[in-house]
Design a protein around this ligand. Structure first.
Ligand code: MN3
Length: 200
């Protein structure tokens, strides 16, 4: 059973960096739409019993299931995106272990934040930016459209950023750079990233 996962905070909690109106549309219309499409596509099929991860992995390996893959991956990516953000200041610091891995692999936290922004700017069209652990090395990369690193063996996402226009257009219009700059400096949930970093 695929459901619209509850937001981890109120609709207005990310203001002033992401407005209530953006969250209402982004979560309440876009993400809810992906959930509904997935439910419609798997209704009365054997896939109805799969959990979201297994649904994505199943659909990724079959070109007939591209529409299902795109919608299911978008559901997962959005769930992960909202958890990657937080309005709670205490959660915006990485663990000692994650901070030292960031310094080892990017040089400094500032360089890591800059790379997240730059990678988002350079993603042509819609997609996602990921901070991930690949065989214990940290990497920043983007994926187009609905693509998600969870289909890639050995890659563990720590954080993601949505760079589809619907994520920022109401607040920042075409200024993706400003959107990314504001969220990496103010809203990243480094506590969530640190938990992901520690888990296998
Ligand atoms: Mn989105």
């Amino acid at each position: 059973m695929i459901k619209l996962e509850k937001l981890p905070y109120n609709y207005n909690a990310l203001e002033p960096f992401i407005s209530q109106k953006t969250v209402e549309f982004h979560y309440g219309k876009h993400q809810a739409g992906y959930v509904k499409t997935v439910c419609d596509l798997i209704d009365k099929t054997p896939m109805v019993d799969l959990d979201l991860e297994n649904l994505i992995i199943t659909a990724a390996s079959d070109s007939v299931l591209t529409k299902l893959f795109n919608n299911a991956a978008q559901v997962w990516n959005h769930q992960f995106f909202w958890k990657s953000l937080t309005p709670v200041k205490e959660k915006t610091k990485p663990s000692k272990e994650l901070l030292s891995a960031i310094e080892r692999d990017f040089g400094s936290m500032q360089a890591c934040l800059e790379k997240l922004v730059e990678t988002g700017i350079n993603q042509f069209g819609s997609g996602w930016v990921w901070l991930a652990k690949e065989n214990s090395v940290l990497k920043i990369f983007s994926t187009p459209n609905a693509q998600t690193p969870i289909t890639k063996y050995g890659t563990k996402p720590l954080l993601c950023l949505d760079v589809w226009e619907h994520a920022y257009y109401l607040d920042y219009q075409n200024n993706r750079k400003e959107f990314l700059t504001q969220i990496v400096n103010n809203l990243l949930n480094w506590e969530f990233a640190s938990l992901n970093f520690q888990s296998v």
